[in-house]
Every structure is written in structure tokens, then in C-alpha cells.
Design a protein around this ligand. Structure first.
Ligand SMILES: [Fe+2]
Length: 230
């Protein structure tokens, strides 16, 4: 794997989502990403649920697929809407955030979250994904969770391509170990019911991988809480 490591260093600061309206725009995006999303920490944690209160259901795994980056990436940070100096303007901008906790709901400190997805034309940042790819769309990003296990990416709402409903690939690493590889789906997409990968899961597992993309002050927002065995 030759992807470069340029993960932002989360500050652990708590920023309410309403403050997104106060940010002056694209120039602040990097700072916004660096301000880690503690508010998206796992809901049970936010409610002060005592550790070891119960065992959580792990996030279902899914196949990695053929389009994990196979080339060295100069830009692989958490802002997928900017690739180097190029700004992406295709697709629907979306914040995708979440948390990584263990089966007892404790943040998995040091966990690294990666996402990758096709551009708004359905093309991946991969040597076998041929076509007129949107070069300004980064297509892959990596970040380290904050002290509460929170993570956040700036990207686009995923789109479908032949044979698959809209989805975002996600991988969680801890040191040299891969804790999880899965995919995030858009709740309510009709194509989900016909997808051969989702069909392998029971209803509860499918529900864990489907998230709402809701309109917010700075584009769409989706939250994907991740539970892993450590
Ligand atoms: Fe895919």
C-alpha cells in the first residue's frame, strides 16, 4: 500500500454543528477539519453511559472491493473536496462523520479511519477505473480519531455506478491491524434493496450500514457510528 500519510491531527476541541454557519467558507475548511468532531461521538457516550454497561453490536464488515487506491497519493487528508490545489465542484457536498468505539462503547484511541468512493461520475481514483475522472475530487481520505473517538470527512454524497447503489468504502486501522472494512449506504435509496452485497446481511445489520444524509447549514450531513472488536 503506497498511500501517503497526511492525516490531520485532531485537536479534540468541541464545536457545535451550528457553528458551521459562522465559518467563512472554503478557506476555513482545513481548520474546520482539524477541529475534531467530539459532538459526533457515539450517542451512548454522550449520554454518559457507564463503561461496560453492555456489549455493543459490532459494525458489520463488507468486502474491500477492487478500488482501494493502488497509487501514491500526494493528498490523502480528510478534505476530499480539495485535491492538492484543485477544488472539486461536482456532486453534492457532504460532511460524513462518526466515531470508533469498542464493544463497551469506549473510544478506540489511535484508530485511523480511511474512506474512499467514486466521484460524481462514478469513477474511482484507481488505475483500473478508466474514464473522464474528476481529478479535483480526492476520492480517498484518512484521519485519526480524536480523544472521544470522533472522526470527520468533507466529501460528496455517494452516487451509484453500474451494479452498485451509492456507497462509501470505509476502513479502520489500529497500528498495523485492520479492525474493520465496510461500506456506508444512503438510507432510503431504492437500489439498496437490490444490492447483492447488502442482501447478504440481515435487516439489523443492513440498518447499521445505512445512514441519513440530511441537509445542514454547510451541505449534507451523515453520521456513521462504528463499533469494532479491538
Ligand atoms: Fe465501491
Amino acid at each position: 500500500m503506497t498511500v501517503s500519510h497526511r492525516s490531520p491531527t485532531p485537536s479534540g476541541a468541541v464545536i457545535h454543528p451550528d457553528r458551521a454557519t459562522q465559518l467563512p467558507g472554503l478557506a476555513s475548511r482545513r481548520r474546520w477539519l482539524l477541529a475534531a468532531p467530539a459532538w459526533v461521538a457515539f450517542p451512548a457516550l454522550m449520554a454518559g453511559r457507564p463503561a461496560h454497561a453492555r456489549s455493543l453490536r459490532p459494525t458489520p464488515s463488507q468486502s474491500e472491493g477492487p478500488f482501494y487506491p493502488d497509487q501514491s497519493l500526494a493528498d490523502a487528508d480528510a478534505d476530499l473536496l480539495r485535491n492538492g490545489s484543485q477544488m472539486s465542484d461536482g456532486g453534492q457536498p457532504a460532511w460524513v462523520n462518526g466515531s470508533v468505539v469498542d464493544l463497551d462503547g469506549r473510544p478506540v484511541r489511535g484508530a485511523v479511519v480511511e474512506i474512499w468512493q467514486c466521484d460524481h461520475r462514478g469513477l474511482y481514483r484507481h488505475s483500473r477505473s478508466s474514464g473522464d475522472r474528476a481529478m479535483a475530487f480526492q476520492g480517498f481520505g484518512r484521519t485519526t480519531v480524536d480523544a472521544e473517538g470522533g472522526w470527520r470527512f468533507r466529501t460528496i454524497r455517494p452516487v451509484s455506478y453500474p451494479g452498485r447503489p451509492p456507497h462509501i468504502h470505509l476502513k479502520v486501522r489500529l497500528g498495523s491491524r485492520e479492525l474493520l472494512t465496510t461500506q456506508i449506504y444512503v438510507r432510503g435509496e431504492g437500489a439498496n434493496a437490490r444490492d447483492w452485497l447488502l442482501a447478504r446481511l440481515d435487516a439489523d445489520a443492513r440498518a447499521q450500514l445505512e445512514v441519513d444524509f440530511r441537509s445542514g447549514p454547510d451541505g449534507l450531513n451523515a453520521t456513521f457510528p462504528v463499533v469494532v472488536r479491538t
